[in-house]
Design a protein around this ligand. Sequence first.
Ligand code: MN
Length: 194
Amino acid sequence: MDYKLKEYSKKRDFEKTTEPKPHVGKKGDKSIFAVQKHESSHLHYDLRIEINGVLKSWAVPKGPSLNPKDKRLAILTEDHPIDYADFEGIIPEGNYGAGVVMVWDIGTYKNINEKNGKLIEMEKSFEDGHIIVKLDGEKLKGGFAITKFGKGKDKKWLLIKKRDDNSESKDITKDKPNSVLSGASLSKIEKETK
Ligand code: MN
């Protein structure tokens, strides 16, 4: 088993869930990101960003915002396999994260975290607790900062839109609630997966 996804594997029984099996690796030339809408015990969004063959993952209770004034809490969770980015369906009752998963947005990103004109590698940005990326999704576009706050093992980060041409004040999660893959709502995914 790939060591990087040990925690991911430990939490799941792949005989019971159809979620992707642990596998570390790239899918295409470009680095990807995804945001999943996940209705488990609470409705939340999961932000995932590819770094070194896995998807670094944060649970974002309120979901992302295109308004630079919004600071969205993002709680670091376990790394997910790259294949998870387009996983849409149902995690059965009794399993970790049981409920409906929708691919709310998916796309590629560019690392734009620079210091003295030089790019800081994504892995280093992650370790430093300060990531700046330019997203190119269907719904999320432009610069975003994901910044750790608090100290030590605290898993709390903030997701904040950078001010640019893609900043908007309307609520993107309400404005565009459905799957970017199928156009389906959570309830439609639930009905049609059964
Ligand atoms: Mn989740």
